[in-house]
Design a binder for this molecule. Structure first.
Ligand SMILES: Nc1nc2c(ncn2[C@@H]2O[C@H](COP(=O)(O)OP(=O)(O)OP(=O)(O)O)[C@@H](O)[C@H]2O)c(=O)[nH]1
Length: 509
């Protein structure tokens, strides 16, 4: 059959460009599938939302050979079924119906080599189931576009035929791998040919001169489900995976998996899966007969749905259990991480903050006070004569004193204050929003507590300690950073040390 290109649409900007090498190989290929003018005219008619059988018949009658074949098809045993013989194209199209007429025209035009083997059979088989699924979906979601969607779905894989014509070996090797999913095939095509068959199919359809909208739909047919705005594209994109499910060796399992994959992206409640599958089931023999394909095994659609739902429930159950286990692991990891972080901030002996954490927090607080015009105070505490205490009572007693003092300090600070061990027998407390006077009151409470409460008992005797305390308040000096504030408190503390110990000094006073 001679392919006559009625109007080449490949230059149309809305059709994506192909890689240069592929484009030139396709241009030079003499064996590309071709469509006669009459088939293109029929495709145009199929694009009308209100196409009638008359429109189809008028287009088909332009080609006497095709008309004759349609009439003989309509009179074949399968379609005749006790009806009288038909003689006109109009009667033939009416007997076949719109979908079957269109499929017949395409099959006569494209399906030339009836002996072309399993691979081509598989490609057309998928296209036919896709077309039926797409039409059924469209009838539920966008009835006015059902016919267009049917056509686009039927042609969505024609790019595979083109690639088989241009690169017979490479394409055959890829397509013959029946373990590949359709998505894996597309990825394989990208690797080998620089794009997938939806782009090639779109280019081919545009080259035939089919309506641009149809070529564009073919191009978008394999894109990710859920990214489309138009409902007809949703129907088209769902049709392929549904066909794969139908044709799978284990359809209920495949359907359950598909439903699970689709549940987050397809939220249209209007789709009746049962109607969809029943439609495919009832129309399939008619269309496969046109293409002289072996009818893909039929399914008990109700049982299929029930089995798929049961599997879906099981899968969800297993998935949830796995998710729960993972979540638990994650929680434990997070808890460990939090504990580690917490520990990295603590002084192990007293349980108070350590120096690094104190300095980091002081730095942050200082910045905050600068930008928000707040004040703060720091209190520097050094235990008096601690060396002597160690020397006299032992290092362990010294440790217990430090530990006990840490607890006392912790009990005296308020929420929001930060007390820590700065080093050895030195402690630092950050008092956010505290004036010098408030910090002094706090320091006095510490001194009073130490005067009243022994930090240890040695040989039955209470061991009291005194401390030297230096205070610096942000409001009392031109401090450039947190470090300077600590130094000021440290200097005040040393002032007490130099003057006999056991007292409180406020920087700048
Ligand atoms: N038990 C114990 N002692 C410590 C710890 N860290 C530091 N020290 C001791 O604390 C003592 C501090 O001595 P100095 O810096 O001379 O100060 P001081 O003896 O308290 O004298 P003044 O500060 O002048 O009153 C040293 O002997 C350190 O070994 C600790 O974690 N545990």
């Amino acid at each position: 059959m001679t392919g006559i290109i009625s109007s080449d649409n490949t230059h149309h900007l809305a059709i994506p460009a192909l890689p240069g090498f592929l484009q030139s190989d396709l241009d030079q290929c003499a064996r590309l599938p071709s469509l006669p003018t009459v088939a293109i005219r029929v495709l145009e008619v199929a694009g009308y939302p209100d196409a009638t059988l008359n429109d189809y018949a008028n287009a088909i009658e332009q080609d006497p050979a095709l008309t004759l074949r349609l009439i003989s098809l309509a009179n074949s045993a399968f379609y005749a079924r006790q009806q009288t013989e038909t003689h006109s194209c109009r009667e033939a199209t009416s007997r076949l119906g719109l979908d079957a007429t269109l499929a017949a025209v395409l099959s006569f035009s494209l399906w030339r080599d009836r002996q072309s083997g399993d691979l081509i059979q598989r490609i057309w088989g998928r296209s036919i189931v896709s077309a039926l699924a797409a039409r059924s979906l469209a009838e539920q979601l966008c009835p006015e576009e059902a016919s267009f969607v049917f056509t686009a779905a039927l042609l969505q894989d024609i790019g595979m035929l083109a690639l088989l014509a241009v690169y017979p070996k490479d394409a055959h090797d890829l397509y013959a791998n029946t373990t590949f999913s359709h998505a894996q095939l597309s990825r394989g095509e990208h690797l080998r040919f620089g794009c997938d068959h939806s782009s090639v199919g779109s280019w081919l359809a545009a080259k035939w001169g089919v309506p641009v909208s149809l070529a564009q739909a073919i191009s978008a047919s394999h894109d990710e489900i859920g990214t489309q705005k138009e409902t007809y594209l949703l129907c088209l994109r769902l049709s392929g995976p549904i066909a794969d499910t139908w044709l799978s060796a284990n359809p209920s399992q495949a359907l359950a998996t598909l439903l699970r994959q689709l549940s987050p992206v397809v939220t249209t409640p209007a789709i009746s899966l049962s109607d969809l599958l029943k439609n495919v089931q009832s129309q399939l023999p008619l269309l496969t007969n046109l293409f002289e394909l072996t009818v893909p095994s039929s399914h008990d659609t109700e049982a299929l749905i029930i089995q798929a739902q049961q599997l879906l429930f099981q899968q969800t159950f297993v998935l949830n259990a796995r998710l729960n286990a993972q979540q638990q692991e994650l929680d434990e990891l997070q808890q460990r991480q939090t504990e580690l972080e917490e520990r990295s901030r603590r002084d192990p002996l007293t349980g108070l903050s350590n120096r690094a954490w104190l300095e980091e927090q002081l730095h942050k607080r200082f910045e905050y006070c600068q930008t928000h015009d707040h004040t703060m105070s720091v209190v520097f505490i050094d235990l008096d004569h601690f060396k002597k205490l160690n020397d006299r009572f032992g290092h362990q007693t010294g440790d217990r004193v430090l530990e006990r003092f840490g607890r006392v300090l912790g009990s005296l600070v308020r929420e929001g204050d930060l007390a820590g061990r700065y080093g050895g027998e030195e402690f630092l407390i950050i008092l956010p929003d505290e004036s010098a006077k408030g910090a002094q009151r706090f320091a006095k409470r510490i001194a009073k507590r130490l005067a009243e409460t022994p930090m240890e008992t040695v040989d039955g005797k209470p061991l009291f300690v005194s401390v030297s305390i230096g205070i610096a308040c942000l409001s009392d000096g031109g401090f450039g950073n947190g470090r300077e504030l600590i130094d000021a408190a440290d200097q005040s503390m040393y002032y007490i040390k130099r003057n006999g110990r056991g007292g409180i000094s406020l920087y700048g006073h």
